[in-house]
Design a protein around this ligand. Sequence first.
Ligand SMILES: Cc1cc2nc3c(=O)[nH]c(=O)nc-3n(C[C@H](O)[C@H](O)[C@H](O)COP(=O)(O)OP(=O)(O)OC[C@H]3O[C@@H](n4cnc5c(N)ncnc54)[C@H](O)[C@@H]3O)c2cc1C
Length: 477
Amino acid sequence: MSKIHNVGIIGGGVSGVVIALQLAKYGIDNIVFEQEPSVVNGPPFCHLHAGGNLYPDISDEQCRILMKQSIEMARLFPQSIDERPTFISIPKTEKYEVDTIESRLEMLVSYYKELINEDPANQILGTPEEYYKLYNKADLITLTERPTVKRPNTADEWMTNAIKLIDYNQLKTPVILVQEYGWNLFRLAAQAQLALNKSEHCNLKTNTYVIDIKDVRKKNLDYNWEICTKDKVYKVKYLVNSSGFKTGKFDESLHLNSERLIEFKAAYVSKWQPIPGLIPELIFHGKRGTPHGMAQLTPYCDEYYQIHGMTEDITLFENGLVQSKGNAVQPEFNKSITQKLHRDWKTDEIKSRTENAIDFVGKFIPSFKSATVGGPPMYGAQQISGHDPSLRVGEVRFPSKSYARSEIIKASSALTVANQILNKIQEEGIIIAIPNKSNQNELLDSISKHEIDVLAAKLAIERGYPGALSKLVIKKD
Ligand SMILES: Cc1cc2nc3c(=O)[nH]c(=O)nc-3n(C[C@H](O)[C@H](O)[C@H](O)COP(=O)(O)OP(=O)(O)OC[C@H]3O[C@@H](n4cnc5c(N)ncnc54)[C@H](O)[C@@H]3O)c2cc1C
């Protein structure tokens, strides 16, 4: 008789792998199906949203959740966190007021203090007093007189390097420096894949597409689901659907009437000239979807920079956001977007969209106009459950017995979802109760920095990107 697995996980994105790692840590046998050759190969991520400061319109509650979940994920995958701050500004053309952001930042400092009181190891964003700093126009004038620092250490040094490049007369003041860090997806993918391959409790099946699932819950067998791939049928007691923007496909086959939006977006890889000192990530806020949408410049190693521009000719796409309709709970993209999702981008479009992105950033950083295309775009589609496209926190749902659907919107929600699923499978009696749960994962801790460096570079190159994108700007031991 073929083996019965406790948990079957469809999708080895950040959500699926973190669930598998949490299960494996407690010795719970699981099997992960990922259609791609390596894990965490779906939509990209580059920013650890530790406070939600890229989203002036979301609720304070979502900001607090993003901060807490980001800290938890940064503690789990420290080798993927790039500890450089983020510069936040509002151009004078925009309606947003700096005061709104300022009062939220004070709320976040208090909340960060609470998290540190709960567990001092949560202090991964510096001291609460250093969480953010405001700079008025006079401060900026003073800083421009200071020398550039090759490897900044203080907020003032980071701001000095940034402000010398930025045309700050276009910005409202104060501008802000906040401790929201970079997040390297290639390093997270490498560490997760190495740890799962090492675990005797996880069977990681890459290059394995799940064609169908069969619900056998009413047949009184020792298992509840059959997971069908091209070559084989796998038996599992508990099913986790973490297939990202495709979760609706499996809901449909179970006749579950869930609603979701799916959105296709892309960020662009550019190469600039060497500059004398490191800079923070740079954010110029603006209303999403208008020609003044937010601009985001993310620094990587060796003069590579990733750019998001929240306009339709850069990151967003015409018909890039679609919703489920009637019984069709899995929304579908049109042909042009589907082709892009399958890596079928026209060379001209890569060039024109990357150049649009460079010009967009060049409005605020005039010298950046000399940047050129540095690699293929980083793109993908994600799901947002319900109807509200501005939602930034999604977790998990249990729409039916022995079935969980991960609905994360930001990568930082992955550990919360994994722990919610762990609780549920105990509740359903699939496994015996686990005493003393913790977030630390010895499997991940057993992977060395060297192993991560080597595999992360290999993954970046295999996926067509410069190897430099797998390195941290702020080196760690
Ligand atoms: C342009 C862009 C920028 C982003 N930036 C950030 C950021 O800076 N910070 C942040 O926190 N978040 C960011 N996000 C969101 C982040 O990418 C998602 O939250 C995250 O990737 C979702 O993870 P997931 O595991 O739920 O889904 P996915 O990563 O989509 O994983 C699902 C996996 O399931 C696999 N799969 C699907 N169907 C099948 C099948 N039938 N058989 C086998 N395998 C299957 C897919 O191949 C995929 O690997 C960004 C998203 C985009 C599009």
